[in-house]
Design a protein. Structure first.
Length: 103
């Protein structure tokens, strides 16, 4: 009978210290919307037609934003561009603007 009572009195194992993940830095730049993309495109491609419509998407944890857009009277998203944060990390810029402008 003594053996049964001793089994229940074992000290509980100490919990292992949990590793705390460092928080990922979040960009302070606002999420790019249709108006912001139109401004960025106009600044990067001054000779091109203005952006008529655009949709920008950012995958979870991604450092870049993928945008599809239409120009002039076109209502379809026939062109694409990638946005990335500038050196300060506070503003978006079109990556490889020369290639985007020549589409």
């Amino acid at each position: 009978m003594f053996a049964l009572a001793a089994c229940g009195e074992e000290p509980a194992p100490e919990p292992a210290p949990a590793e705390v993940a460092a928080p990922e830095p979040t960009p302070s730049a606002p999420a790019p919307d249709e108006e912001l993309f139109a401004q960025l495109y106009a600044a990067a491609c001054p000779e091109a037609e203005p952006v008529s419509t655009s949709v920008c998407r950012r995958a979870m944890g991604a450092e870049t934003v993928s945008c599809e857009f239409g120009l002039g009277e076109d209502e379809y998203l026939r062109n694409d561009a990638t946005l990335e944060l500038d050196e300060t990390g506070e503003a978006w810029a079109i990556a490889d603007a020369d290639a985007v402008c020549s589409q």
